[in-house]
Design a protein around this ligand. Structure first.
Ligand SMILES: [Zn+2]
Length: 159
């Protein structure tokens, strides 16, 4: 019976999350050897590759959209088509704006790798952890500080 319960828990944990375009998953999770130092050369290389690949992908996406929008601009002459096109473009531009911000964050994270600061909480200095960094390679806060920050932001929004 206990086995059934843990199996059910496993199943719900492995349920596919809705795909978040702002998450990068095209890498093999890093398996540290026993006793391996946190953020040694192999680990920083792992995250540098993730960040660079991700940034490359985002930049291609931005380029594609710009080309796509330029093409559509030429093709539409009907005013109704134009109106819906402009709504589409507004959405696209907002999405691109988010991507540009993300690209900036990734570049900053790459800078922290160079400085040897990557992977440590900016607020309290503890190790952010490999699994959390793989889920969120641009993270600058440990999960505790992040939770605290989110609570504070919520409180400020309520005041
Ligand atoms: Zn912290």
């Amino acid at each position: 019976m206990a086995d059934n319960a843990s199996q059910a828990a496993d199943l719900s944990a492995s349920k596919v999350q809705p795909k978040n375009p702002h998450q990068y998953t095209a890498f093999v999770p890093y398996e540290p050897k026993p006793g391996e130092d946190y953020m040694n050369a192999a680990q920083t290389a792992h995250f540098q590759k993730i960040l660079e690949d991700w940034r490359g992908e985002l930049m291609e996406e931005v380029d594609r959209t710009v080309q796509h929008m330029q093409m559509e601009n030429v093709n539409y002459s009907d005013p109704n088509d134009r109106a819906s096109l402009e709504t589409d473009m507004g959405l696209e531009l907002r999405a691109r704006d988010r991507e540009r911000k993300l690209i900036r964050k990734i570049t900053q994270a790459l800078g922290r790798i160079k400085e040897g600061e990557y992977g440590y909480c900016e607020s309290c200095g503890v190790e952010i952890g490999l699994r959390r960094l793989e889920a969120r390679p641009t993270a600058t806060l440990c999960i505790d500080c992040k939770t605290l920050e989110e609570k504070r932001e919520k409180q400020m929004a309520q005041d």
